[in-house]
Design a protein around this ligand. Structure first.
Ligand code: ZN
Length: 290
């Protein structure tokens, strides 16, 4: 990670001619916004001050040092870019970020394109669906000469498949062993926001994906519950636990045991109620599970 960051930073310095700020100091004023507000099952992104500097003629990349509690989506919102832009500039950051990690923050939505043999400015602009003049201007170019290996900032460009598919694939594992005893969707006139997994009482419950514990404790009808945030707007929720083995703020790895299957709260017999939330909305967990 460090080596890679250094490499990208070097590229960014070459590209933009300057670094906007000393990274370590920059994180401090943001800490208040990073605190996750309430131990509620809905993961509302913290309100973010309108922070992003207006892009100048020569926009500067900057470095953001991750503060406690920050997710990729929170950081992206702070700089008025999107998670894809953040991921595109930090290919190693897809899974999990930690306080102290340094992320390259591009000046606006877009991607870094590494020039390959045979690339032309025109072809690159075409490939990303952006205007060639905008690419020239964003990189301070007069002419069209490119060097293999140099990095161009493509304003408004989207990562081409690779980043997104890698970010959304292969990251979830089953949180408990067992069949689905109740599916996602409407049942008995109300919406079931997750799936019920018919696991035995006392069986381990595992983090479906690496993340940070946003809540662990008693939550009304959910009984003992753990809520994990994973970045990119994803969260997973584990309910009716017999007990839990993690604390709020802790980082957990994919597959790490976070508690045991139980029958607490509004539950009829031991099972795991498992939810996946995307930007606060419950989505069908089965589309993410392998
Ligand atoms: Zn359920």
């Amino acid at each position: 990670m460090q080596v890679f960051i250094a490499f990208v930073l070097a590229a960014a310095v070459l590209l933009f001619g300057q670094l906007a700020l000393p990274a370590g100091r920059a994180a401090a004023p943001h800490r208040e916004a990073a605190v996750v507000a309430a131990p509620a099952p809905a993961v509302a992104p913290p309100s973010v001050p309108a922070a992003a500097p207006a892009p100048a003629a020569r926009p500067a990349a900057r470095v953001h040092t991750v503060a406690a509690g920050e997710s990729l989506s929170v950081i992206a919102a702070r700089y008025s870019i999107d998670v894809d832009t953040l991921l595109g500039a930090n290919p190693d950051a897809e899974e999990l970020i930690h306080p102290g990690d340094e992320l390259v923050v591009l000046p606006q939505k877009g991607v870094l394109h590494e020039v390959a043999a045979g690339d032309t400015l025109w072809a690159i602009a075409q490939a990303y669906g952006v205007d060639v003049a905008a690419v020239r201007e964003a990189n301070g170019r007069e002419g069209d000469a490119l060097a293999v290996g140099e990095k161009l900032f493509i304003p408004g460009g989207r990562p081409r498949g690779r980043t997104v598919s890698r970010a959304y694939g292969r990251q979830f594992v089953w949180p408990a062993a067992g069949g689905i005893s109740s599916p996602f969707g409407y049942r008995w006139g109300r919406h079931h926001d997750g799936v019920d997994i018919a696991a035995e009482a006392g069986a381990p419950v595992r983090a479906a994906r690496a993340g940070r514990v946003a809540f662990a404790g008693w939550y009304g009808g959910y009984g003992y519950m753990v809520l994990l945030e994973h970045g990119q707007g994803y969260a997973t929720l584990y309910a009716h636990l017999d007990d839990y083995a993690v604390e709020r703020g802790e980082y957990v790895a994919t597959g790490q045991r976070i508690g045991h299957v139980g029958d607490t709260g509004y539950s009829f017999g031991p099972h795991l109620h498992f939810e996946v939330r995307q930007d606060g909305q419950a989505v069908n967990p089965l589309q993410f599970l392998p």
